[in-house]
Design a protein around this ligand. Structure first.
Ligand code: 2AM
Length: 235
């Protein structure tokens, strides 16, 4: 049996655009807020520098919520996961994912995914503890969609940033700033960590499937020289 790079829920295309546009709107507004400018050095390192968050983060690949990173079978538990009856049963089924919050750190921008009981059947039991062995956060806490990464940052970081913010919330840390935005309420957890709890969670149909991509060492297609800038349409 050939194992994929990862299993996950892949957002269907119309909603991918909606999520990308919501994320761009959020970033566009965030970097103009006085509250954000106050803590600008978290992102720039220098007080007088400005930051354009839309340029700061780069998006990669299809929007998805990884359930299990298999690394073509090299990751621990990959084979067991692929053999899980729920994984076999639900493979290629469409689910409704609920994107309940957006978060930004100097490393990543992502959307939190709040999983249902049924969706948790596809969630690996050790997804949270493999990175935070002492965590008491509930199963599914790491579920997210990576929307962009800063230069040199790998997408695996998004889930770690999310777990860090959730741990602060669990400890009852009082956020430093609270601001009401059109999309929801924005809070700041220090060290460049911003959290936007969406007033209306984004409900997104997503297909449970897997991604094979290109194995290391295999030639990859060259990127076209000029990339078309993605346009947002009002939905
Ligand atoms: P992501 O789920 O945060 O976006 C390919 O690299 C995909 O697998 C990305 O979606 C990435 O992060 C996820 N990924 C990479 N390494 C991982 C790891 N060690 N654990 C969990 N997910 C990983």
């Amino acid at each position: 049996m050939s194992l994929p790079l990862y299993f996950g829920w892949f957002l269907l295309s119309p909603v991918q655009n909606k999520v990308r546009c919501t994320s761009m709107d959020f970033l566009k507004t965030l970097d103009t807020l006085e509250a954000f400018k106050k803590y600008l050095t978290d992102f720039t390192g220098k007080p007088e520098k400005e930051v354009d968050l839309e340029q700061y983060f780069q998006a990669k690949g299809p929007l998805h919520c990884t359930t299990k990173f298999c690394n073509y079978g090299k990751a621990e538990g990959a084979k067991e996961y692929a053999e899980n009856p729920a994984v076999k049963e639900f493979y290629s089924s469409v689910f409704e994912l609920s994107l309940s919050a957006l978060f930004v750190t100097p490393r990543t921008v992502g959307a939190r995914v709040s999983l249902t009981e049924e969706q948790l059947l596809l969630w690996p039991a050790d997804a949270e503890t493999e990175v935070e062995p002492a965590t008491s956060l509930p199963l599914g806490s790491r579920a997210h969609v990576t929307l962009g990464c800063a230069e040199g940052v790998e997408p695996v970081q998004t889930g770690l940033d999310l777990l860090q913010i959730l741990a602060l919330q669990q400890e009852g840390q009082q956020p430093e700033t609270v601001e009401e935005m059109e999309l929801g309420s924005l809070t700041y957890y220090g060290e460049g960590r911003w959290w936007l709890k969406l007033r209306e969670p984004i409900c997104s149909p997503a297909c449970f499937s897997s991604f094979y991509g290109c194995k290391e060492g295999e030639p990859t297609k060259k990127e076209p020289e000029k990339k078309k800038k993605q346009k947002c349409t009002i939905l």
